[in-house]
Design a binder for this molecule. Structure first.
Ligand SMILES: Cc1cc2nc3c(=O)[nH]c(=O)nc-3n(C[C@H](O)[C@H](O)[C@H](O)COP(=O)(O)O)c2cc1C
Length: 299
């Protein structure tokens, strides 16, 4: 079998297929289970400085080719999550803590108070007032939050970017200037659905974020642009449901990928993807490194 080990964003990964933030990452047990099922690393649900209940329901609705969600960042706060991270670590794979705040100071306070193998800064959630993309759409904010967390943390810092912007590379360059070890692209696309019988928006929050198959071409384009313009690694996420999608994302320039919505099919997806990827590399006589960014090198 071809080797799938990779050094990406300051972490040594046994394989490049990680669990995305917010999907099954709400307890240590579910994170550990994803690691034992073959994920190369696991990202927690985004953690803030105080407990939050999130938005009123419905918070998730299935739409054509994906999910629409407006969870509203429910979480128990980072102060109540350290034990869960220790449980998750028993899966033997890096545990990346996704964190959010409303200022550089709040982000760095959390990074100082929490121990994880890396931090992923949620500067991209499209449906939480004062958080996520409300900060992350401004390059100067991305740079200052990243710089503050880098100064506070002694582990790698990844910055998760929003696609809800005219130029995602501008945000990626800001993260790089701030000292990020990697960027993660993409979070969900701002979207909504309306019930035609009642005439009301379906989600409790009216609008939310679209994920799943529908957004894969958007994510591939974002990863391609970021990989071409940045010196730091890009972690690709958005609509990955198979090993073929993973190959496509790596061809676009991703050093690793994350899988979210497709976990609806069960934990077996990690093994399905890694086995398929290894066989593809063998068939093409390519290493993972040779595959990465190949589409950008074709004239
Ligand atoms: C129900 C749900 C909850 C999510 N929660 C978070 C979160 O807490 N933090 C975050 O950065 N992204 C969150 N996301 C976004 C995913 O991590 C991912 O970026 C996005 O869904 C695209 O990937 P996918 O198409 O594989 O799901 C969430 C997505 C879904 C569907």
């Amino acid at each position: 079998m071809s080797s799938l080990t990779v050094h990406a964003g300051g972490l040594d990964l046994q394989n490049p297929v990680l669990l995305a933030a917010g999907i099954l990452g709400t307890t240590g047990a579910s994170l550990r289970r994803a690691a034992l099922a073959g994920a190369g690393g696991v990202v927690t649900k985004s953690l803030g400085s105080v407990p939050r209940e999130g938005h009123h329901g419905p918070t998730v609705v299935a739409v054509e080719c994906g999910l629409l969600n407006a969870m509203g960042l429910p979480n128990p706060s980072y102060r109540n999550f350290q034990e869960e991270i220790e449980i998750a670590r028993k899966g033997g794979r890096p545990v990346i803590a996704s964190i959010f705040g409303s200022s550089a100071r709040e982000f760095s306070q959390i990074a100082r108070g929490l121990k994880a193998d890396a931090f992923e800064l949620n500067l991209s959630c499209p449906h939480a007032e004062k958080y996520g993309s409300e900060l992350g759409r401004y390059p100067e904010m991305v740079e200052s939050v990243t710089g503050a967390v880098k100064a506070a943390a002694d582990v790698p810092v990844w910055v998760k970017l929003t696609p809800n912007t005219a130029d995602i590379l501008e945000l990626g360059l800001a993260a790089q200037r701030g000292g990020a070890d990697a960027v993660v692209a993409i979070n969900t696309l701002k979207a909504m659905a309306i019930d035609i019988e009642t005439g009301y928006p379906i989600l409790g929050n009216r609008f939310g974020g679209l994920s799943g198959r529908a957004i894969k071409p958007v994510a591939v384009r974002c990863v391609y642009d970021l990989a071409a313009g940045l010196d730091i690694p890009v972690i690709g996420v958005g609509g990955i449901t198979s090993w073929e999608d993973t190959v496509e994302m790596i061809l676009a320039g991703a050093s690793a990928v994350q899988v979210g919505t497709a976990l609806q099919r069960g934990y077996g997806i990690f093994e399905e993807i890694t086995v398929g990827l290894a066989r593809y590399l063998e068939r093409k006589s390519l290493t993972l490194e040779e595959l990465r960014g190949l589409a950008g090198r074709r004239s």
